[in-house]
Structure formats: C-alpha cells, structure tokens
Design a protein around this ligand. Structure first.
Ligand SMILES: [Zn+2]
Length: 129
C-alpha cells in the first residue's frame, strides 16, 4: 500500500500532468523539424551527395533518439498514473519499500527507491551507458 496521502499524490499527479503537456509539445516540435528536413531533401534543396545523406541520417538518428526519450517519459507517466489508480504509487517496484517524497518531487515517475535505482543503474551501466 502507498504511504503517500492524497494531497501529496494530487500534487505529484499535477507535476506529471505539466510534464505530459511539455513532452508532447517537444515531440510535436521535433517531428516538425524532422519533417521539414525530410521535405527539403525531397524537394532537392539539399544536394543528394553521400555526405549530405550521411548528415541527414545523423540528424534523423539524433531526433529519433530525442523523440524516443520523450516517448519513454510519456510512458513513464502512463505507468505512474496506473500505479496511482492501483494504489501502489510511491512503492518501490523492486524492494516494495517507500520511495521518499523528496525523490518523487524531483522525479514524479520514479518507480524505484534511491537504493534500488542506484543498483539498477549499476547493472545497466555494464551495457549502453
Ligand atoms: Zn527499493
């Protein structure tokens, strides 16, 4: 069971709503930029030599990585809202312990307590990061 009172949950939920709006406006502007870039290429404004194409690939990869991050944030918010509905919000998904309110204020979508998050990142660091 969550140990957060309703007032705190409402506050954190509000923070997530603000972030939700921000993420979608970022996604929209990234998609618009990406669309314009592709349009320019389609219209032949960029010489279709290999170096330009390589540049475009790079730009696309960067933009798509950014969008992926935005989408991940949005998914985290969806998951956090589900946990609120289920009454498990604020509980660490790994150890079941309480996630500090201060941590949730900084990261409203946090699903792990700080100890489990550090452990998770240590394990993950072996791979990509
Ligand atoms: Zn934990």
């Amino acid at each position: 069971m969550s140990r957060l009172d309703q007032q705190k949950i409402d506050h954190l939920s509000g923070l997530m709503d603000e972030r939700w709006v921000r993420e979608f406006s970022e996604i929209r502007s990234l998609l618009a930029d990406l669309g314009e870039e592709r349009q320019r290429v389609a219209l032949g404004e960029r010489a279709a030599d290999s170096s330009d194409e390589a540049l475009l690939d790079t730009l696309s990869a960067v933009d798509e990585a950014l969008i992926r991050q935005n989408l991940q944030d949005v998914r985290d918010i969806v998951a956090a809202r589900r946990r609120i509905a289920a009454g498990t919000y604020g509980d660490c998904t790994d150890c079941g312990g309480e996630i500090a309110y201060e941590r949730l204020l900084a990261y409203p979508t946090a699903k792990r307590c700080i100890d489990c998050q550090r452990e998770h990142e240590r394990r993950k660091a072996g791979g990509a990061a």
